[in-house]
Design a protein around this ligand. Structure first.
Ligand code: UTP
Length: 298
């Protein structure tokens, strides 16, 4: 049988318009996606993952009064000129690479009505194309394309034509923090994918259909928008992406894949601190001093 090649995934949606209440007051005027992990805003890691996966158009969803992300990608002539003249041009490398490799499209979610609503805001730009979604406060660290979770999901989509999502095994006590997939029977290995029967948003441990959680990387067919259009406010009064995914799984197709990746939940205070420490320990300019400080504490 000939291999069918479905449309290549070239667009990514990065929702970054949440209220970030867990980081108040820091997030009153700054999106949590701009908080630094060592010296790079969280969202830069997310964009780098999308770029490495081969994405060409990055659609950022931003919230009211939080223009920091949009401003971040603008050219700051005065500052950049000064850095270049002082021989510090290397600090601009990651931003310049993004500017020259991908299109950054900025959209506004006028009220934080939920993740599903944020993704729905991208419909006029995504149109009928397949697209990936990367949560702007979830980081994965990948040195090469073969370690890239978004790249892996895009590859699965291109082979199957079905919406594909990343799942992680979590402790049963943690299910209330995530969307959880129902796969029929509990599976121990999902590396080659499994059809999702339903999706439940943040179930308690006693009602969770499995312990496979959705950590925030997805590839969708544009048909998800038809379901998002009809999704009513759900858990916490928000329009939940999980509810639209539940309809997609039941009425069309949704596949879940496990994939080994180094991942940090930077939208959570502890996850954010762990990401900072772990990544700082990989920096030659910080490692020794940070380690000797940590040794005084343990
Ligand atoms: P979270 O639920 O982690 O974000 O959403 P939050 O609501 O900002 O978090 P807390 O609990 O108040 O601290 C996951 C991702 O979806 C985006 C967030 O910015 C985050 O990247 N999001 C969420 C939106 O873009 N819009 C929304 O209405 C909700």
């Amino acid at each position: 049988m000939n291999k069918v090649n479905f449309t290549k995934v070239k667009k990514a949606v990065i929702p970054a318009a949440g209220l970030g209440t867990r980081f108040f007051p820091a997030t009153k005027t700054i999106p949590k996606e701009m908080l630094p992990i060592v010296d790079k805003p969280t969202i830069l890691y997310v964009i780098e993952e999308a770029m490495q996966a081969g994405i060409e158009d990055i659609i950022l969803i931003q919230g009211r009064g939080k223009n920091a992300i949009e401003d971040f990608f603008d050219v700051s002539y005065e500052l950049e000129d000064k850095l270049l003249k002082e021989g510090k041009g290397h600090v601009l490398e990651s931003i310049q690479k993004i500017r020259s490799s991908v299109n950054i499209i900025s959209l506004r979610q006028k009220a934080a009505l939920g993740l599903g609503h944020a993704v729905r805001c991208a419909k006029p730009v995504v149109g009928k194309d397949p697209f990936c979604v990367l949560l702007g406060d979830e980081i994965t660290i990948t040195n090469q394309r073969s370690e890239n979770v978004t790249g892996f999901l895009c590859d699965q989509y291109e082979k199957t034509g079905a919406s594909s999502v990343w799942v992680l095994p979590v402790d049963v006590k943690e299910t209330h923090k995530y969307g959880i997939v129902d796969l029929g029977v509990q599976q121990s290995d999902l590396s080659s994918g499994k059809k999702v029967l339903s999706v439940v948003e943040k179930p308690s441990s006693d009602t969770a259909p499995s312990t496979w959680a959705l950590p925030g990387r997805y590839v969708f067919n544009a048909e998800i928008f038809n379901f998002l259009d009809q999704t009513k406010p759900g858990k916490n009064g928000e329009i939940q992406l999980s509810d639209a995914m539940n309809d997609l799984a039941k009425k069309i197709d949704l596949n879940a894949y496990s994939f080994k990746a180094r991942r940090y939940d930077a939208g959570d205070k502890l996850g954010f601190l762990i990401a900072n420490i772990d990544l700082a320990l990989e920096r030659e300019d910080l490692k020794a001093d940070l380690l000797s400080f940590l040794r005084t504490k343990v």
